[in-house]
Ligand binder design. Sequence first.
Ligand code: URP
Ligand code: ZN
Ligand code: ZN
Ligand code: ZN
Length: 464
Amino acid sequence: SEYDLLIKGGTVVTGVDVIACDVGINGEQIAAIGTNLTGARTIDASGLLVMPGGVDSHCHIEQLEPDGSIHEESFGTAARSAFAGGTTTVIPFAPQFKGEPIGAHLPDYRARAQKSPIDYSLHQMVTDPSEAVVFNELPAIAAGGVGSFKVFLTYDPLHVDDGQYISVLEAAKRAGAVVCVHCENYEAIRWRSEQLLKDGKTQPAAHAWSRPKVVEREATYRAIALAELVDTPIHIFHVSCAEVAEEIARAQARGVKVTAETCPQYLVLSGSDMDRPGKEGAKYMCSPSPREAADHAGLWAMIRRGVLDVLSSDHCGYSFAGDKGKWLNGPDVDFTRIPNGIPGLAARLPLIFSEGVVKGEIDLPTFVRLTATNPAKRFGLHPRKGTIAPGADADLVLWDRERKVSITNARMQHTIDYTPYEGIEVTGWPVKTIARGRVVMEDDEVTTEDGRGLFLKSARTSAN
Ligand code: URP
Ligand code: ZN
Ligand code: ZN
Ligand code: ZN
């Protein structure tokens, strides 16, 4: 039989195999993988890798902040950036603010998401787990297909205390959801920050000094211990170093249901990037803080051991210029007031490919597992997303493993006015991105259509 679209002559990479074969697509789905297939239309993939489109399971898109502002990266611009970098599925966050039910903002967020050009699922942030939230709202939200709740153990005014965290763990356990945790100790950061400000240390680099590794390590151990107590699966976000991953490894070894991600910033950037003149260092400011170059190797080792098995971007863009962004009101604003987060949707796959596959840290199937298969599995989107198999959505990235590119902000195609990866040379670059059977990026030219993205229900809960 003849397929609508044939990806011919490429090297197909899945989470387990690397095979020279064709991919036959009918409509929006993969219909066959095999040899000597024929198609009404053919894309020549000879010399290219054919991989599942990336699944970015942690990114902040058009997110409402407690001060009423909305993240600059809209679903429209995030989709452009994602497609530019070979990613075809994103999982952003629906907000909740203290003193309010989740329902105060969820309908608005869902309405915004309906304009998404890229397929998406959702995490539900929980900042105020009142009885009504725990017993009425979260069960209903999970039944509607949201399979993960996100809590922050630090950040004003988002953080939950241990009792509130336990309530969310209980709600998740009943709903079949996983709890994603931002692990840093709130009081420790507050204490260190006050000391630093008293000593006149206001510059961006003080962000790293305000939250050393032990601050993350303590919160990670506590998050794990309480999850162990309640017996709820948790997923630790943005692990910054091997010392923190060690707590996760110890818990996994004793059978605790804990998994974890890291992000390119912890494998590429370092705390000293924040030690640049003036406010320049703010461009690298995220939480947990990037550690040092000497920490990168230990993190790769934890990835190879499988302790960290997801690589997300934690794309959380604030432009450098402008009074809402990193610059805020000029050079004198202290580090505690600069928004945390860096953009990375488009850079994720190229950085991990170049630093990981090309430099010999990981093999090709591991690259696919980290960037697509495992995040899809963790959040209940597999096998529709994250793999190349008959019946899966035809989400593919065609990859030139030899192409050398110098990262620039323009190439990222996001709305944020900078990239912390400016000037970094990578080897390996996406040349075509296909989302549900449609070419959405070809030689850096991105095409998006508002509203084409589908809301993907997580199969973790009873929704499907
Ligand atoms: O600094 C960061 N990571 N900002 C994004 C929000 C979060 O903590 O994930
Ligand atoms: Zn509100
Ligand atoms: Zn976080
Ligand atoms: Zn985040």
